[in-house]
Design a protein around this ligand. Structure first.
Ligand code: ADP
Length: 205
């Protein structure tokens, strides 16, 4: 199974691209979604978090109290590392497990923080969605209603465009309209269908 890692900064168009691949019949395994599923009550990862951070990170219903956890991370800089040490291996193992059961010629692993979490070895190729920061800011403003200074802080906390592009095997420059994006995804789809599993290192078709 050829695994394509889909990544890009906030507002670059990852979710839109993921949907387009899905419409072409390609399964998308989403790291963010799995991270949410793995901390539901009864899941071992939630138990591990409680062991690490104490029961105060749970709501009265026994669910993960995300705002409490965010607060903890904000006040204790080691907490983020400890949280990631529990969560990331669990998420990656689950992604791997789900990819193994698939029958399609290739699949997409959507990992927004692929570069930041050093997850390159999880995938055979890296597809970066790239666009100018100005466009990222405009899109996130429109999509989430966040103010510009917060969006800029999020951008600064992520890998830079250059860092991400340095790891890319394939790049989608998403600065045109949706029809252009759709054409580019279709072309890449045809290219991926012809690749063999574990084929590394070739650049754009
Ligand atoms: P990400 O998942 O990378 O944060 P999204 O796919 O959610 O980004 O895209 C951010 C916003 O921009 C969404 O509202 C999406 O509909 C819009 N968008 C993405 N690409 C385009 C495009 N080529 N043309 C117009 N709108 C776009």
């Amino acid at each position: 199974m050829l695994k394509i890692g889909l990544t890009g900064g906030i507002g670059s168009g990852k979710s839109t691209v993921a949907k387009l691949f899905q419409q072409l019949g390609i399964p998308v395994i989403d790291a963010d979604l799995i991270a949410h599923q793995l901390v539901r009550p009864g899941q071992p990862a939630l138990g591990a978090l409680v062991t690490e951070f104490g029961p105060a990170i749970l709501t009265s219903k026994g669910e993960l109290d995300r705002s409490r956890l965010r607060e903890l991370i904000f006040h204790d800089h080691t907490a983020k590392t400890r949280l990631e040490a529990i969560l990331h291996p669990a998420v990656f193992a689950e992604m791997h497990r789900r990819a193994t059961g698939l029958q399609t010629p290739y699949c997409i692993l959507a990992i927004p923080l692929l570069i930041e979490t050093n997850a390159q070895s999880m995938v055979d190729r890296i597809l970066v969605i790239d666009c100018p920061e100005r466009l990222q800011i405009e899109r996130v403003k429109r999509r989430d209603g966040l103010d510009e200074s917060l969006i800029k802080r999020i951008l600064a906390s992520q890998a830079s465009r250059q860092e991400r592009l340095a790891h890319a095997h394939d790049i989608i420059v998403n600065e045109g309209d949706l029809a252009m994006l759709e054409r580019r995804v279709k072309d890449l789809h045809l290219y991926y269908l012809k690749l063999k599993p574990n084929q590394h290192g070739n650049h754009d078709p």
